[in-house]
Design a binder for this molecule. Structure first.
Ligand SMILES: *Cc1c(COP(=O)(O)O)cnc(C)c1O
Length: 492
């Protein structure tokens, strides 16, 4: 199996090579020439552990590695870093199955993939016999940043730079990043929003002159965002795992369909669910939940993707995105893998900020249901679910829960539904306190977390405790035009 660009402008390469490169040099994203099938009959997964499923699913996407190599990479990625035995938990709350993906080092689902990506990159570098060093450049809407730093910190031969939007992250997210103490790490604030940061990073990736300059210093670029195929594939695993767990617990029968509800920003997490379905997992509907930045909702309604609108800052900052990069990979699939077509659409997006898909292509998106939540919806959902069940969700998960309720009311569909619960409520403490009616006028993130802990009777994560006394190491804030020099300075 090889990997090619969604825009058709580069030669086919192996998965490992695609992981090292991050983004294709024609501006497209690497995709497998065909999405592999699950290695075993469905029922088999119900007797496998999370890590066994991970080694199997990932092995299907990266066949150049032996199963022993994969198993070792999986062990290294996940052992000792998560606070529940199977890395994730599936909890029945009301009539939903909440898939808690936030039990890793940084309290958000990005850990599921970013714990694994560095191991995959190391394997790939060994296989390729590459002796240069890698510099990971990452734009973050808040959660990717710390998860990538945690994953790549002090890894031999790899350095990492993270840029986050100055006014677009929660206090805890900012502190998690700016207190990073890894030797090979750099963190900078960007004057602008996430889209500005992401676009600036893509520009650096496509800057051939810069590529030469850093090559002279012994480096090549790679990406830790979900534009990297090595970031996406580990996310398929938890959909397979939750299905298997539902079967094991007798909540569904093997072969029954489930719905998947995903709070969506860059479209990586929900695309992983789509890949899981293409691999053979029985998924009925993909419910794509957005916040006030509802470009995707409009897209699924009308077939027009239009980013020409103001980005709104919300209480679910990891979804404050107008350019959902991974939608390009879905378009590639539903447009019949026609790279010319994808390139045309993406050129339109680049030039005019808008594109429209044909009716044919739109028909093939019928498994997707778009929905969005206002800030009031988010507040009401956090409060309503807590009052009803005693279960507390963060703002992003609240968007998903609210979309699920809207979907169910509108369609009457009773298919068992797995809701991706993407962050711990402690990570967005001020918004969560606000929803619960807790007065936080003079409280910092730590005091807020303690109040949440008391009110919801969940213990304060040790990560929050540790942050309170960590010194801030990075204070710089940069304009887009300064980023090039910042990169060169860091590598000197
Ligand atoms: C990144 C993130 C999302 C959005 O995920 P995408 O893969 O970008 O769609 C949702 N919730 C949280 C908490 C996140 O960190």
């Amino acid at each position: 199996m090889k990997y090619i660009s969604t825009r058709g402008g580069v030669d086919a390469i192996t998965g490992g090579q695609a992981v090292i490169k991050g983004i294709a040099s024609d501006g497209g994203l690497y995709v497998p020439t065909e999405i592999p099938k699950l290695a075993y009959p469905l029922e088999r997964y119900s007797s496998m552990t999370y890590k066994q499923i991970a080694a199997s699913v990932l092995g299907q996407f990266f066949p150049e590695f032996t199963s022993d190599e994969m198993k070792m990479a999986v062990d290294k990625a996940y052992d000792g870093k998560f606070d529940v035995p199977e890395l994730v938990e599936l909890k029945k709350v009301d009539d939903m199955y909440l898939l808690e993906l936030f039990h890793g080092p940084t309290l958000a689902f990005k850990d599921m993939a970013l714990s694994f990506l560095p191991e995959l990159m190391n394997l790939s570098l060994q296989k390729e016999g590459k002796n240069g060093k890698i510099i990971i450049l990452t734009a973050t809407s808040g959660d990717t940043g710390k998860a990538a730093l945690a994953g790549f910190k002090n890894k031999d031969g790899i350095s990492i730079m993270v840029f986050y939007p100055e006014d677009g992250v929660s206090d805890l997210q900012r502190l998690q990043m700016t207190t990073e103490d890894g030797e090979n790490c750099f963190v900078g604030a960007i004057k602008g929003n996430f889209d500005d940061a992401q676009t600036a990073i893509k520009t650096l990736f496509n800057d051939r002159e810069l590529e030469k300059q850093i090559a002279d210093m012994g480096y090549s670029f790679s990406a830790a965002n979900s534009i990297n195929i090595g970031r996406l594939t580990p996310q398929i695993v938890y959909y397979v795992y939750s299905y298997a767990k539902l079967v094991r617990d007798g909540n569904i029968k093997n072969g029954d369909k489930i719905n998947v509800v995903v709070p969506t920003g860059n479209f990586g997490n929900i695309l992983a669910a789509y890949y899981a379905k293409e691999m053979g997992l029985p998924i009925n509907k993909f419910i794509c939940a957005s916040n006030d930045n509802n470009v995707l909702f409009d897209f699924f309604e009308t077939g027009e993707y239009n980013r020409n609108r103001d980005l709104v800052t919300t209480t679910s900052p990891s979804m404050d995105i107008l350019i959902s990069s991974n939608l390009e990979r879905l378009l590639y699939e539903v447009a019949g893998r026609d790279t010319g077509k994808v390139k045309e659409l993406m050129d339109n997006l680049g030039e005019d900020g808008v594109y429209t898909i044909s009716d044919d292509v739109k028909k093939r998106l019928c498994d997707f249901y778009g929905s969005y939540s206002t800030e009031q919806d988010v507040k009401d959902t956090i409060r309503g679910l807590f009052d009803k069940t005693g279960y507390l969700v963060d703002t992003h998960t609240a968007v998903a829960v609210n979309s699920y309720i809207k979907y169910k009311n509108e369609t009457g569909d009773n298919t068992p539904s797995v809701i991706a619960s993407t962050a711990s409520p402690f990570k967005f403490s001020s918004a969560v306190c606000d929803a619960l009616g807790i007065d936080i006028s003079s409280a910092d993130f730590y005091d807020q977390s303690k109040m949440i802990s008391e009110k919801a009777k969940i213990s304060l994560p040790e990560q929050v405790e540790k942050l309170k006394n960590s010194p801030v190491r990075f204070t710089g804030s940069y304009s887009k035009d300064e980023m090039r020099d910042v990169v060169l300075d860091f590598l000197k």
